[in-house]
Design a protein around this ligand. Structure first.
Ligand code: CP
Length: 306
């Protein structure tokens, strides 16, 4: 069982904890595929989702994950909540705590917001994405998906391509992949590689160099909403230099996995034939998101060390 109160990032998660989540996710995936295997293990658990930023996959899959385990799941629709009357994050958290909420799942544009919430509530807090910092459950579902196709992470060549500077997905994946022994290269326009230097991994603005002999190629969404200045001349140029298409994939291994956390800007980060092609596991990532989030909820709520 996870001996922790919260899941805030992969930077502070051990290899053993990651492997435990992946192992339980495998069991949970069986339960999704075979509903008669489902057990209401979290029958008396109350979960709330607090999404201060938009989401389709993360919010819905957490809601489904909780329901498949028998929990009560309530969404705090931020737009119609007292947040809009000026209530602070801490006061919102303490209010939900008093109602007996045991798990709070939060997405926020501010780096560290889930950490602040976690310090101020009794409930378990799960980070569903904080600014450009971390998106741990996305990385865990990415790791789980890779583990379904590749024998080992040791020495696995992974190229992560795109808007690295603003990507919480890239950061969480780097932490997780490195702990499991993978060889990670980050690639993108030099103007979008800034914070990558801090991650102690290879970086390049030559996509062919990054993709050469790769076992996994992960595209990232260009996060226009977080870019305060123009970081490249235009979409056309970005597509030309950093778009993942069939020609680029010829540099990778034949059985390369093509991944993307979604939502994808079709024809920009990835060409449509690659998104829908035989090497793409993007839809599998979405499905695995439910299983991995079931595993996290089960391990936290059943075994979390308060
Ligand atoms: N990958 C991801 O976080 O997707 P959503 O924004 O739809 O949750």
């Amino acid at each position: 069982m996870l001996n922790r109160k919260d899941v805030l990032g992969l930077r502070d998660m051990s290899k053993e904890e990651i492997l435990e989540i992946l192992s339980v996710a495998k069991e949970m995936k069986q339960r999704i595929d075979h509903p008669h295997l489902r057990v209401d293990e979290l029958r008396h658990t109350s979960i709330v989702t607090l999404f201060y930023e938009n989401s389709t996959r993360t919010k819905t899959s957490f809601a489904l994950a909780g329901k498949y385990l028998g929990a009560t799941v309530q969404d705090l629709g931020i737009a119609t909540s007292s947040v809009n009357k000026g209530e602070s994050l801490i006061d919102t958290g303490k209010t939900l705590d008093q109602m007996g909420i045991e798990v709070m799942i939060m997405r926020n544009s501010l780096t560290g917001a889930p950490h602040v919430l976690a310090r101020n509530v009794n409930a378990h807090v799960i980070n569903a994405g904080d600014g450009s910092n971390e998106h741990p459950t996305q990385a865990l579902l990415d790791l789980f998906t890779i583990s379904e196709y590749k024998k080992s992470f040791e020495g696995l060549k992974v190229a992560i391509i795109g808007d690295i500077s603003h990507s919480r997905v890239a950061r969480s994946n780097v932490f997780g992949l490195q702990k499991l022994g993978a060889d990670v290269t980050l690639a993108g326009p030099s103007t979008l590689l800034g914070s990558a230097q801090l991650l102690k991994v290879k970086t390049t603005s030559d996509i062919k160099e990054a993709v050469k002999d790769a076992d996994v190629v992960m595209g990232l969404r260009i996060q226009f909403e977080r870019q305060k200045t123009t970081n490249f001349p235009g979409i056309g140029e970005y597509r030309e230099l950093f778009g993942i298409n069939r020609e680029i994939l010829k540099y990778a291994k034949k059985d390369v996995l093509v991944m993307h956390p979604g939502p994808v800007n079709r024809g920009v980060e990835l060409s449509t034939d690659v998104i829908d092609g035989g090497n793409s596991v993007i839809n599998i990532q979405v499905k695995n998101g439910v299983a991995v989030r079931m595993a996290i909820l089960k391990l936290l709520a059943k075994g979390g060390n308060q």
